[in-house]
Design a protein around this ligand. Sequence first.
Ligand code: ADP
Ligand code: MG
Length: 744
Amino acid sequence: MERSALESDIQFLPGVGPKRAELLRKELGINTFGDLIRLYPFRYIDRSSIVPIREIRPDMAYIQVKAKVLARELYGNAGVIAADNIYGQNQDVSGNGAPAATGSGPDIRFNLVRRMRVVVEDATGRLELVFFKGIKWMYGKLEPGKEFIFFGKPTVFNGLVNIVHPEVDSAPDRQSTRSGSAQQTDALTMTGVYPSTEKLKNGGITGKAMCKMQEHALNACMPDIEETLPVWFLKQQGMVPLPFALKNIHFPKDQQSLERARYRLKFEELFFLQLSLLKQKYIHSRDEHGIQMPKVGEAFNRCYEALPFPLTGAQKRVITEIRNDMKSGHQMNRLLQGDVGSGKTMVAVLTALIAIGNGYQACIMAPTEVLAQQHFKNISKYLEPTGVRVALLTGSSRTAERREIHAGLEDGSIGIIVGTHALIEDDVLFRNLGLAIVDEQHRFGVEQRAKLWRKSACGMPPHILVMTATPIPRTLAMTLYGDLDVSVIDELPPGRKPVQTIHASENRRPALFKFMREQIALGRQIFVVYPLIFESEKMDYKNLENGYEQIAKAFPFPPYKTAIVHGKQSNEEKKFNMDAFAAGRANILVATSVIEVGVDVPNASVMVIESAERFGLSQLHQLRGRVGRGSEKSYCVLMTGQKLSKESRHRIQLMCSTENGFELAEEDMKMRGPGDLEGTQQSGLPISLNIASLAKDGLILNEARSCAEAILEEDPTLSLDKNRLLMQELKKDKYNIKDYSKIS
Ligand code: ADP
Ligand code: MG
């Protein structure tokens, strides 16, 4: 059987060969013709317009100039070696013994030439071109008096606009413009620009070469390209077929064809991702029965009635969503997103009490010991009026205590267990676990979650509620958690005062310390946070130590008390210091970002973040969420160095201008791409996107998701004949997203 051209080894493509094939493999991961044609241009250059030289501005992107060569000048290390005079005659100006250049100059010693300057002219003005490489060949080509099309990006050097290493094409003369073939090239006005690296360019794979390769590969593959979307679906959506899309993404016939090609390819990518995620969810909810919990129960009602505050509208809505899941008879798999301070703990407690009310146990897992302890404290308080027994199990629980807890969980006398990872690593058995709540889900690996599922004793998986305070842009959530239902608490409890965010650099430190003293005199407490980035752990601790010393000096004991918390301390040490601060015994807490999540000290009203430029937006937002929890006006001070990169400055400015976590997350994703978003590195995207962008293509994603839903609604297993192509595509390796099916 003949193999498809798509699978042909890239080295056999005309103009490639083993050496370039190796480069393509290493630099771009391209092994076959098929891989190559799926490498799309990330930008296009409009080749149809010619810019008059007078109108060139240095801030223009790539431009095209049609101009006549006036003169060439060759420079060596010591200055000009040879130059045409402006009338096109050669002239020896070197005075250092190099012979005058004539014509293409066989007597010019090109090995001495370091740079060539070429002056070109059109009817509107003169422009300078500069070459550092391939000079001999260019020198021969750019004969004075001849006209060319030059193509490149204008830059400014010494106050003059020039183009470095333009591409050079001969200008079409009048006769050939009228001929058929020239018209064809005229029609192709847009040229793709492909991802490239220095190594590729040095290996001869220039932009031009890449276009040529794409042309060869497309021609070879075209007969073998198979449609991935059924014809009825293409018709319904008004989308172009795959061969058209591939052809036009590389060589757009016109702007409209390019847009249709791009839409089709982006759609396809997002659609299959959603289809694969949702299919798992559909099959799962059809096959997998969940524990039915029809009642809310007495414990819920007692707790609810004793609440010190009315629930916000968003909290009520989310609890209704959860309640509907739990009584449905299907397993709940829900992600609860809510900004810091939005009141997720309350929702968690009430959800746990629904499980209790139906005769089941619940567990609540936190990512760190400190957070587990804090949860335990808060939850115990809310549970007082209910009489439900709650216990805390962490890595530092003592053996005797541990034994007692194990017994309580096995005989069912403990209703709710709060803990860390220890909860699942430990050989804990439940009498009847009906609900697992995972706080700050991104810190838990998929494996760990899977272990938790297995803890169910009654043969049915527990309901799952995953909570996260890292706001994730909706498009990303839909992709990362495509098979979870998502609830959002988008409303903060009333009476929250905005946190005033201030940016200051080192020279303002005396003013900062003065401000801190004033706040302490008012009875407030202060966080001072240092970044901890693993690459330079030693230096980070050094910074932290120096910072601590500086603070201790500026705020001496008595009357001031400063506590310090960092990752190198033992759990007891950490707890001792945290407790001292939480109980108000210390005025200042110097810490690394370990306090990022969850820590609740309502009396703390100032958050000072040192080297704030080293934190990402989400992290800054998390840290700022530690203040503004009490009734006092709160402040967040972002300390940075004097000099900031453009990106850092933008981040800091955003922080100062908004407190909306979702807005910040969207911006973060736009600036850094979804892959780098904090909180998502661990889970990562299930497959990498080639052309679609979660930051920019939200609308297409919505469309793709509802299409996938509609198809699965009718045919959850994709076994109808009309969906055959879809099933075939989903069988490809890249959609075999094993980890994700484990979530449920
Ligand atoms: P999250 O876990 O979402 O960051 P918490 O559950 O810790 O937020 O709640 C933050 C603070 O808001 C807590 O002090 C909590 O008691 C309070 N709180 C929660 N819900 C409400 C509400 N509906 N009205 C007033 N205060 C609330
Ligand atoms: Mg919380």
